[in-house]
Design a protein around this ligand. Sequence first.
Ligand SMILES: Cc1ncc(COP(=O)(O)O)c(C=O)c1O
Length: 381
Amino acid sequence: MNDAGPGVEPFYAVEINRLANERARRGLPVIHMEVGQPSAGAPRAAIEEGHRALRDEPQGYWESGALKERIAALYGERYQLARTPSQIILSAGASGALVLAISVQFRPGARIALARPGYPAHRNVLRAFGLTPVELDCGPQTRFQPTAAMIEALDPAPAGLILTSPSNPTGTMLDHGELAALARICRARGIQIISDETYHGITFGRHAHSMLEFEPEAVVLNSFSKYWCMTGWRLGWAAVPSRLVDVMNRYSANIFLAPPTLAQHVALAAMDGRAELEAHVATYARNRQLLMRELPGLGITRMAPVDGAFYLYADISHLGNNSLQWCRELLDATGVALNTGRDFDSINGGRFVRISFAVSTRETEQAIELLAGWLRQGKPK
Ligand SMILES: Cc1ncc(COP(=O)(O)O)c(C=O)c1O
């Protein structure tokens, strides 16, 4: 009996985060750019609504009809698409929505294509459910995103394709034409699309299109974690085609019982907190600009074009091929915590780091200064 788990790999961001927290406990300064979470919390009015709900509402199993309506309306506002509230399945983050999406649609052994580099939980959850990830080697030539030609070349056709735009770890996006071409090839080959749109709302001068504009049969994952700054509240959703509504609700009830109650109250109020949330996006935009301007001067010249999300994926192979060790040493010497690309790409990730810039602009400036000082000493090789 093998109890090692079905190929689920370690999460290095968690290891670096643990080291960073140990350092902070020793009273040393840390700039947290290793984990993918906004340093701000939910909008102020949403937190107040949380206090009210805690005082006035029973915190039993519950699903908020008003929230489902509000999310359905978001598809009209953002993409001019009509969704009914019943097509919104609330879940414990986009993570919960992914579990539902794959468990209702695929049987063990099914092959599911996805980009490498990519969000590690996609690949690891597929494995945990007995599915086979088919990694598409996506490099700078295709801005780290899959293309229709890559899908066409897969033989046999996979049962599913997971897309992430904007991507974690690269922040790159699929544009209108690329999404349309991917939708066409998947339809022609009978491939079910799961589109992870967790970072919609955080883009820099480009409009994020939903896969639903091109393929109404796609399952879309989304979350309150990133744009709405509610990582720990654990709330997200799947937007699903009508044919999947009943089965998704059955799976959701059996696997999760109900989405987190308090989080649903807070999320509904957070959806009215646009001014505050847009100010966070403006901070990310400034931080992105700073990093893109300053890193080349430090010799870090190869980085993915960041269209959205709050990540910069930089090639540091001129400094060595073990970015995990490099991140540990950088943290130890400076207090700047970054993540190794190995979380996202088990083959080439040792040459990359991911910088999460959802921090303050002051912290971004300090991180650049500290990194510059460390690199000037010529320590890393
Ligand atoms: C692409 C992507 N999908 C899903 C998630 C999980 O988000 P949630 O907190 O909603 O479970 C993340 C978190 O980093 C992510 O980067």
